[in-house]
Design a protein around this ligand. Structure first.
Ligand code: G4P
Length: 531
């Protein structure tokens, strides 16, 4: 046993932050990096400026910088741990990649805006975490602003997301009356005092015991009595902390704080690191692959095409799942059966992208892809031949008919859409019965439509028109042998098949899905496909 390797892997934590736009994901990430000493000033996380650009800017940005690797994974060290944060793009660039990134994370931190509660995008991302049974931590942010009742927030998380909650700390007031948090384990209070440090906001923390007279005087009788009541109520009524349930993703430890003012971040990090595990074994067609015992292996979870016309290259993002990656050694790409060296492996450290020589299980690396990798591919040490469990296809929510404006260019047109679909940027569907009659494109985030049009015109020389379709929901039929022609469909639904011939139905609304299920006893649908 290589003790160094074991130590490196055991010290690793790889998690994704999920939230609805504006809940504070970028701010929280930035504060983590500040604690890790990876950056010196707030406002330096690159993803932030980029995450809010308009569509037109996006094209410019991508063209300028070639391949974007800024928003993939950030690594930093904290108290002996090596932490990888995976970014889940939101805003305009919300796409299937956002879901796929969750396939590479070992746990997730869900950031919730305390004044808003659980929002749409969080629900979508949460479902993927549940499917993977990974631990989910909740950070209720913006306590320095007027917040909703904390009990109500917990109830909403439990009801809307269907996960049990266990508050690890508890807020004392909110907004202007936000006084701090009470740690339920140590029974100590961290008092909050917003201070301004060189223009950026921060919080001064003082620690008190619950019965400290100065503390009582400082928060006043009303808040004090409420806190005493809360502590008793919580001990009696809330779920007890249970590490096993946390590990299975059935109980979410909840923390209250304020990312902007850096309040509650350090205590969150410390609890989080204690409550999470280093990379765990991952399932392959030959059983579980141990991250420490097995030599290097990993899988591709994301492919990013270069928007620069002059460079038709792509970057494949690889999650290392076992052993140590050594850039000087050959690896084996299982799907093509080829031995190769991964060229220009790189990693993101805070805001810098650098070429690396080695990486360990838990890390994410980006490698140059000459067009041989597909999403879900396994890369391992020569001599090994297992295949990691595949990455599912997630349900798109926006659909367009894609029309080639020049019918003479049918060949390039088909090549373009097929290649772009293989990269995983879009999904393509056809009418269930009429072969090649029309191409229906489905995407998770509408920015992908612009990317598709841009790439079809610039890379494949095909002018295209995208005609919006009214569908917003898609369902894979669980039993793929069913003949959809025998299924009674509501008039506003459409029978289609995907590139692999799997049967699916497109719906305009939830009600229509319900109607189909009622009319066809025994039919079962899925919101993602593992086929
Ligand atoms: P996102 O990545 O989840 O989209 O959210 P982001 O961190 O960009 O935060 C969204 C807005 O909320 C930002 O304000 C940010 O400063 C603010 N914010 C984040 N955490 C807190 C918090 O704990 N308290 C308060 N009061 N505000 C918070 P903005 O005005 O949109 O951007 P900026 O001008 O501050 O950069």
């Amino acid at each position: 046993m290589d003790e160094n390797l074991k130590k490196e892997i055991e010290n690793r934590r790889t998690f994704a932050i999920i939230s609805h736009p504006d809940a504070g994901k970028t701010t929280l990430t930035e504060k983590f990096l500040l604690y890790g000493g990876a950056i010196n000033t707030a406002g330096s996380v690159k993803g932030k400026a980029n995450s809010k650009y308009a569509v037109s800017d996006w094209m410019g940005i991508e063209k300028e910088r070639g391949i974007s690797v800024t928003s993939s994974a950030l690594q930093f060290n904290y108290e002996g741990y090596c932490i990888n944060i995976l970014d889940t793009p939101g805003h305009q660039d919300f796409s299937e990649d956002t879901y796929r990134t969750l396939m590479a994370a070992d746990s997730a931190v869900m950031v919730i805006d305390a004044s808003k509660g659980v929002e749409a995008q969080t629900i979508k991302l949460f479902k993927v975490c549940v499917m993977r049974h990974i631990p989910i931590f909740t950070f209720i942010n913006k306590m320095d602003l007027e917040a909703r009742d904390p009990y109500e927030l917990l109830e909403e998380i439990e009801n809307v997301l269907g996960i049990k909650t266990c508050p690890i700390n508890w807020p004392i007031g909110s907004g202007k009356r936000f006084k701090g948090v009470y740690d339920r384990d140590t029974k100590k209070i961290s008092m909050f005092k917003a201070v301004s440090v060189g223009g950026s906001k921060s919080a001064a923390e003082t620690t008190y015991e619950l019965d400290n007279e100065n503390f009582k005087a400082e928060i006043g009788d009303e808040l004090y009595d409420q806190l005493v009541d809360d502590t008793e109520l919580l001990d009696g009524a809330s779920e007890p902390f249970d590490q096993e349930l946390v590990d299975k993703g059935e109980l979410s430890p909840v923390f209250f704080g304020s990312a902007l003012t850096t309040f509650g971040i350090e205590t969150f990090l410390e609890h989080f690191l204690r409550m999470t595990e280093s990379p765990l074994p991952r399932m392959s067609d030959q059983g579980l692959i141990d991250p420490i015992e097995e030599p290097f292996s990993g899988f591709v979870f994301k492919i990013q095409a270069n928007m620069n016309k002059a460079h038709h290259d792509r970057i494949a993002f690889l999650r290392v799942c076992s052993g140590k990656f050594d850039a000087s050694k050959d690896v084996y790409h299982v799907q093509s059966g080829k031995k190769m060296k991964l060229s220009r492996p790189q990693q993101i450290m805070a805001q810098d992208r650098k070429v690396i020589d080695e990486a360990y299980a838990g890390d994410v690396i980006g490698v140059f892809d000459p067009g041989i990798f597909s999403i879900g591919d396994t890369i391992c040490t020569p001599g090994k031949k297992f295949v990691y469990e595949g990455i599912p296809t997630f349900a798109p929510e926006h659909f367009c008919r894609l029309v080639a404006l020049d019918s003479m260019k049918r060949k390039q047109f088909m090549k373009g859409v097929t290649q772009i679909a293989q990269e995983g940027a879009i999904q393509i569907f056809q009418d269930y019965n009429l072969e090649m009659s029309e191409i229906i494109v489905g995407v998770v985030g509408t920015l992908q439509f612009d990317v598709l049009k841009y790439r079809m015109e610039n890379e494949y020389g095909c002018d295209v028109r995208l005609e919006p379709l009214p569908y917003g929901h898609i369902r894979w039929v669980k039993d793929t042998t069913i003949d959809l022609n025998n299924v009674k469909c509501p008039s506003d639904a459409k029978r289609v098949k995907d590139m692999k011939g799997n049967p699916l139905v497109l719906f305009t609304n939830q009600w229509s899905i319900k109607l189909l299920l009622e009319r066809n006893e025994g039919i079962e649908f899925e919101e993602f496909s593992r086929n």
